[in-house]
Design a protein around this ligand. Structure first.
Ligand code: XMP
Length: 326
């Protein structure tokens, strides 16, 4: 097992050749650690767990069992991409659990942000543990722990939620990227053949759209949020802003205003655009968005998304606003 301290002599992985060398070394180490045993991985589709999945598929193939829990709070197309990349392209042993109804039923009527987070985190562990109990012969748990997680905490990723698994599901850990920084994880992911849409993905909170559908989540407002967010991402991609802006998303408050559509009164929710730049998420500045692009995004969201009748832009840096609204 690797220690939790990055050796002073470890070269920063900045090139394809260095990434390839790292992959070769890890494939050897993982095979030596795991032997012919099985490994379980909670695959969220985020950068870290996706890179770990691709690395372990290369090392041990079908001995890796990936579980993707769709909590119904993913961005548009993200669960579909996990299935496409890992099951269809990489031929992974992937268990897909659509737990949307379980999560949304539990969240119905709950408006307090911290309670929402606890419900989502707790239910995630439950669903994942249920899947783990169904499987025979699992000996290891893989985690997408990366070096900043070790530097900042006790090494267990809170938002991966597997830190809270029941005692009888405590497996030996496999953490092949735990000494890497984020840019190195992305470099390794590219070398493993993961699509750029996955490797260069923005940070996404564990509770997902749950903390962007503000207040008590309803299915119709969550749907509107997901569609508006997809339009924002599409327009940022097309304009090149996606490469420049650290994190951007839509939040939809539980608030309606009066509007007019097709000559009739039309009450709808506002979609709030948040687009920030930061180094470490401790503080953040606001990205300047060209007005022409803001107009296009507004036109598209109000025309294409059922239930949204206004688009607003959040110009608040952090501090005083946090990046997320909840
Ligand atoms: P805030 O809103 O605190 O966010 O300025 C800072 C960064 O952390 C992300 N974030 C979360 N990530 N679970 C996560 O895994 C969470 O509950 C959570 N809340 C915020 C946020 O997206 C931003 O990148």
């Amino acid at each position: 097992m690797q220690s939790n301290k990055r050796p002073e002599t470890m070269e920063r992985i900045t090139t394809r050749a260095l990434a390839d060398a790292f992959i070769e070394e890890q494939v050897r180490e993982v095979r030596a650690q795991v032997g012919d045993k099985k490994v379980l991985l909670a695959l969220s589709g985020g950068v870290d767990s996706s890179v770990v999945a691709a690395l372990l598929i290369k090392a041990i193939g079908k001995q890796l069992v990936c579980v993707h829990v769709n909590h119904g709070l993913m961005r548009k197309g993200e669960s579909e991409q996990v299935i496409e990349v890992f099951r269809n392209q990489m031929d992974a042993n992937l268990i897909y659990v659509d737990a949307t109804d379980r999560f949304l039923d539990l969240l119905a009527g709950v408006s307090d942000p911290e309670t929402k987070r606890k419900i989502i985190g707790g239910e995630f562990i439950k669903v994942f543990a249920e899947e783990a109990y169904k499987l025979d012969g699992i000996s290891f748990l893989a985690q997408g722990t990366i070096y900043p997680d070790i530097l900042e905490s006790d090494g267990v990723k809170a938002h991966h939620n597997v830190g809270g698994l029941p005692e009888d599901l405590k497996f030996e850990l496999v953490e092949p990227v735990k000494l890497l920084f984020k840019d190195e994880v992305r470099e390794v992911g590219r070398a493993l053949g993961l699509p750029s849409g996955m490797v260069d993905r923005q940070p996404f909170p564990g509770p997902g759209l749950g903390v962007r559908c503000l207040g008590a989540i309803t299915r119709d407002r969550l749907h509107a949020l997901r569609e508006a967010d997809a339009i924002l991402r599409e327009e940022f991609d097309k304009s090149g802003l996606a490469k420049k802006v650290w994190q951007y998303f839509i939040a939809v408050p539980d608030l309606k205003s009066v509007g007019v559509r097709d000559g009739k009164r039309y009450e709808g929710w506002p979609a709030i655009i948040r687009a920030v730049n930061t180094k470490d998420a401790m503080s953040a500045t606001i990205e300047e968005i060209p007005y022409a692009l803001l107009h296009r995004i507004t036109d598209r969201i109000t025309a294409e998304v059922e239930g949204i009748n206004r688009v607003l832009m959040d110009l608040t840096p952090k501090p005083v606003g946090t990046i997320e609204w909840e």
